[in-house]
Design a binder for this molecule. Structure first.
Ligand SMILES: [Zn+2]
Length: 160
């Protein structure tokens, strides 16, 4: 990992060390590339890797830009606005706090406004209108608390 990525990350770090971060998000497989994303979550900011050289966004976080192969990556906050691209409802799965599989747990892959094909997957807020939970619906990022950490969730969007 080049030095400049470390410098970029330091601007967004909250005051916890890597061990604490990994403990807070146990099971997420946090590594050097994804640490900034998860530190962003602690501040309720959706942070996604962006290339300094060609401005291409990519997620999940990798150390190199997949468009131009640059190592100059800056974790950058996105607006959280987008459109439901893919939608599924889970009726079974690994037990998780706040997840009710009996009622059907929605999982949304949202194409973010920042870039075509830049997608982020999360659940819906509990108050999401069931009749608007469909592909093409405009959504905005919100946050729910899960197991003591802020977790991204999408709410119904306001306007285009
Ligand atoms: Zn690039």
């Amino acid at each position: 990992m080049p030095e400049n990525s470390e410098e970029a990350r330091s601007e967004q770090d909250v005051a916890i060390d890597d061990a604490e971060l990994i403990g807070l998000f146990a099971g997420h497989g946090i590594d050097r590339d994804s640490a900034a994303h998860f530190r962003g979550r602690l501040e309720r900011r959706l942070v996604i890797h962006r290339c300094d050289d060609c401005a291409h966004w990519h997620h999940p976080p990798r150390p190199m830009c997949p468009a131009c192969w640059s190592w100059n990556i800056t974790p950058t906050e996105v607006s959280g606005r987008g459109t439901i691209h893919l939608l599924m409802t889970l009726h079974q799965g690994v037990p998780a706090p706040g997840v009710d599989y009996a009622a059907g747990h929605p999982v949304l892959t949202v194409e973010l406004d920042e870039q075509s094909a830049l997608r982020f997957t999360a659940t819906a807020t509990p108050d999401f209108p069931a009749d608007q939970l469909e592909i093409g619906t405009r959504v905005e990022l919100d946050w729910i608390d899960r197991d003591g950490t802020p977790t991204p969730a999408f709410r119904i969007g306001t306007g285009a």
